[in-house]
Design a protein around this ligand. Structure first.
Ligand SMILES: C[S@@+](CC[C@H](N)C(=O)[O-])C[C@H]1O[C@@H](n2cnc3c(N)ncnc32)[C@H](O)[C@@H]1O
Length: 402
């Protein structure tokens, strides 16, 4: 047992060092918490090496269709969200979506003068989180069984709300239970992509303003806040994913034909770098774009380019589809160059249109956190935010580029 404990401590230090190196841990508070909490106490049946990797989720729970409904998140996600949240000793924090480990990390940071509430909709997860927290010595964390759509009013208000499940919107209860001047970090899904966004609430300012955002992958919200996206199949292996509030309609048979036509490639001369930032720009700077997804088989058989593997925004005009690709180019800053591939009768024009958008991003917004993201609670005047915006159930999300 002693040997195993020593091994766990060594692996934990290595995990923290790796997260620091990747720039995901940036504060001593988060580093100390991640060095202190025994992650293996929350996944006792998983191999230690796996538990302390930075990129692995643990103890997945699957639904009847084999889809994940719960995991202990990968430590790189937990570190990033904790840093985004800016948790300090003495704070009161609500974690939405439980597992135990992340709540223990928050408890380490807030210390004895703070408090942590974690809520999950699944009784099995609540039970497991309670057991893990007791085993690891964090019995002071309040573990609540409820649909978090309604928050946890009995322990409110919270200085920080950290959502650890993919949300489509920010329900009113979360803001009602957040202190003025508080911060909510939420993996918010829009345009069929999830981004972890840290929103700050200011006294006397109606909208929430993002202080940071980054890509992140989460299991979807269940219960009253669940979202219902569509995946429109072009072939059995290639599809277009659109937001649940999308009005896009596609000529599927023309697009199927287009994928069989010879592709037209064009190159931008700009570096391929920070694809997540470029992707956000493409999705929020003009007309709505769907996300192109493909199976591994379709990528391996080169039906679509390999850059589609994790999904990419596509510009679709009638029976023509264009999306960004990359190639090695030692003359660019990143060693790679961004280009466009287009399929279909108007491949030249649609490809040029997308290329122009890529050049605009590279010329004006080629940096991290270039977008200004705001969330406007209430739906009374959805036209008010300037620039790109999307209307959710309880408010309007806006993304501006300036
Ligand atoms: C990624 S897991 C949470 C991981 C956990 N925070 C950790 O770090 O170990 C997401 C959790 O959200 C829960 N969940 C989904 N919808 C929910 C809802 N409406 N209310 C509360 N919990 C929900 C799931 O049951 C799942 O356990």
């Amino acid at each position: 047992m002693t040997v195993q404990l020593d091994e766990a401590a060594t692996l934990r230090q290595a995990m923290v060092a790796a997260l620091r190196k990747e720039g995901l841990i940036t504060s001593e508070r988060v580093a100390a918490a991640m060095n202190a909490v025994p992650r293996h106490a929350f996944a006792p049946d998983e191999p230690l090496e796996k538990v302390y990797r930075t990129d692995t989720t643990l103890v997945p729970k699957l639904d009847a269709d084999g889809r994940q409904t719960s995991v202990v998140s990968a430590s790189h996600i937990q570190a990033a969200e904790l840093e985004q949240a800016g948790v300090w000793p003495g704070m009161s924090v609500l974690e939405i979506g439980s597992g135990g480990y992340n709540a223990a990390l928050i408890a380490e940071v807030v210390g004895e003068s703070g408090s942590v509430t974690t809520v999950d909709i699944d009784p099995d997860i609540v039970e497991r989180a309670r057991t893990g927290l007791a085993r690891a010595g964090y019995g002071q964390v309040n573990v609540v069984l409820a649909d978090a759509e309604h928050g946890v009013p009995e322990n409110a208000p919270y200085d920080r709300i950290i959502v650890t499940v993919g949300a489509w919107d920010i329900p009113p209860a979360w803001l009602d239970q957040l202190t003025p001047g508080g911060r909510i970090v939420v993996p918010l899904r829009f345009s069929a992509v999830t981004r972890m966004i840290a929103f700050d609430r200011y006294v006397d300012v109606p909208e929430l303003r993002a202080s940071s955002y980054r890509l992140g992958s989460f299991v979807p919200m269940q219960g009253d806040g669940a979202a219902h996206e569509s995946l429109i199949a072009i072939t059995p292996d290639v599809g277009l994913r659109v937001d649940q509030n999308s009005a896009l309609i596609f000529d599927v048979s023309a697009l199927r034909k287009a994928l069989n036509a010879s592709p037209v490639e064009s190159w931008s001369g700009t570096p391929f770098d920070m694809p997540d930032e470029l992707e956000l720009f493409l999705l929020t700077s003009g007309a709505e774009l769907p996300m192109l997804h493909a199976s591994h088989e379709a990528v391996d058989q080169e039906v679509v380019n390999r850059t589609v593997r994790n999904g990419t925004p596509a510009l679709v005009r009638g029976g023509t589809i264009a999306y960004r690709i990359k190639r090695e180019n030692p003359e660019t800053e990143s060693g790679y160059e961004t280009g466009v591939v287009a399929h279909g009768p108007e491949a030249e024009q649609v490809g040029s249109e997308l290329l122009a958008m890529i050049r605009t991003w590279a010329g004006s917004y080629y940096r991290r956190n270039a977008a200004t993201i705001t969330y406007h609670p209430g739906t009374a005047d959805p036209a008010s935010p300037a620039g790109w915006h999307t209307t959710k159930r309880h408010g309007v999300l806006a993304v501006a580029w300036s």
